[in-house]
Design a protein around this ligand. Structure first.
Ligand code: ZN
Length: 100
């Protein structure tokens, strides 16, 4: 059974509501799209910077390695150091295999 329609509302009211809705959408939507957060841009030399910071530090064992060491690319070698002094200052000890 259909609901009785509101006969008191004039025809222009629905058009005005439609227009208002369209206007609100046009006024609000571009601003909302512009404000959608984007993933932050990665620093340019984040994943591959072997020249800048050649030493790898093992964050678990607190040992650091020089390039060429068999432990250089280990799973926990996530710390990066430019110099061996920097690694030592950070609390890392030189690896006994590669002796950096
Ligand atoms: Zn090593």
């Amino acid at each position: 059974m259909p609901k009785p329609k509101n006969r008191n509302r004039p025809i222009w009211a629905s058009w005005a509501a439609l227009f208002l809705a369209a206007w609100l959408l046009c006024a609000w939507a571009p601003a909302a799209w512009a404000e959608t957060p984007r993933p932050p841009a990665k620093p340019p030399a984040a994943p591959a910077a072997p020249a800048a910071k050649p030493y790898h530090g093992n964050v678990k064992t607190k040992k650091f390695h020089r390039p060429g060491c068999r432990y250089y690319l280990c799973r926990n070698c996530l710390a990066r150091f430019a110099t061996r002094e920097e690694a030592i200052r950070a609390g890392y000890a030189p690896c006994k295999v590669c002796r950096p």
